[in-house]
Design a binder for this molecule. Structure first.
Ligand code: C2E
Ligand code: CA
Ligand code: CA
Ligand code: CA
Length: 278
């Protein structure tokens, strides 16, 4: 074991050489990804459970590198955050999502993920305003998804940013709800329109009573506070039945569709059959 210079211990193993070579390749490649047009957005639909209509779509970044192939956001977003590249990547995603929402995806509310660093950036609200103006998108059709870690670092700063964003008329969602620490206290303080219940709970609603109870409790609490709930990671009809019964408003997950390239999502929308509420 060896100190890595920031007080953390780095353990070197034979696999490590490979690991750090990959990390360097990802970082290097990411610097040129935007310029070389290797980034794209995939879209995952959100469905209103009662009306069974597609009401939204989340933009999820994809990166295709000529040598590394498809790199997952779970791998490259942390690298982008550590290197500061997330500013440019995040701004690109916002602009691209707004253009798409104003054009080919008109009619559904689109969601864009934000990194903590973006929300901490004082210019961020201006970036959102610019993206809306350039695309002509109705602000009410844009939702920004943030995770609660950003709220805990600087409560007042985050509050100010969220209020400024809502002042533009955009919606704000709390992503991955339930997996952090201080969720309940922050819910009341922060002006969220939507709560996204983390996949971890949804995954367990059939097998575990406690997970089912938590989903019911979150849905009731959100309703009391005037927020919509979206259940992430719904993969089966049984899970859908449970979260519908709990009173969740929307589902997003492989049961409906995985994230798709824009063209595929448009075909999917065209073929979609809504059904009347039961
Ligand atoms: P997230 O925001 O929680 O996005 C949902 C993730 O769950 C997506 O993974 C999606 O493909 C996956 N998913 C959706 N339905 C299901 C399901 O039914 N089952 C399972 N097992 N998984 C499902 P993805 O696309 O790999 O993205 C991973 C994470 O990367 C996202 O988690 C988000 O935190 C981050 N990310 C993606 N795009 C962006 C972006 O443009 N900006 C930022 N800052 N982060 C992004
Ligand atoms: Ca998200
Ligand atoms: Ca999520
Ligand atoms: Ca997540």
């Amino acid at each position: 074991a060896k100190e890595d210079g920031r007080g953390r211990h780095a353990f070197y193993t034979p696999a490590m050489g490979e690991h750090s070579r990959r990390r360097v390749a990802v970082e290097e490649g990411l610097r040129h990804a935007l310029l070389h047009e290797q980034l794209s957005l995939h879209w995952q639909p959100k469905v209103d459970i009662q009306r069974w209509t597609i009401v939204g779509a989340e933009a999820l970044m994809r990166w295709d590198h000529p040598v590394l192939g498809r790199v997952n956001p779970a791998e490259f977003i942390p690298v982008a955050e550590q290197t500061g590249l997330i500013d440019d990547l995040g701004r690109w995603a916002l602009q691209e999502a707004c253009r798409t929402a104003a054009g080919p995806l008109a009619g559904v509310c689109i969601s864009v993920n934000l990194s903590p660093a973006q929300l901490r950036d004082a210019r961020f609200v201006n970036h959102v305003r610019d993206a809306l103006r350039e695309s002509g998108l109705n602000p009410a059709m844009l939702e920004l998804e943030i995770t609660e870690s950003v709220l805990m670092e600087d409560v007042q700063g985050a509050l100010d940013q969220l209020h400024a964003l809502r002042g533009l008329g955009v919606r704000v969602a709390l992503d991955d709800f339930g997996v952090g620490y201080s969720s309940l206290a922050y819910l009341r303080r922060f002006p969220f329109d939507t709560l996204k219940i983390d996949r971890a709970f949804v995954h367990e609603v059939l097998a575990r009573k406690d997970a089912r109870a938590i989903v019911q409790m979150i849905a009731q609490l959100a309703a009391t506070l005037g927020m919509r709930t979206v259940c992430e990671g719904v993969e089966t009809a049984q899970q859908l039945a449970v979260v519908a019964k709990a009173g969740c408003h929307e589902v997003q997950g492989y049961l409906v569709s995985p994230p798709k390239p824009l063209i595929e999502l448009q075909k999917f929308r065209a073929a979609w059959q809504p059904h009347a509420p039961e």
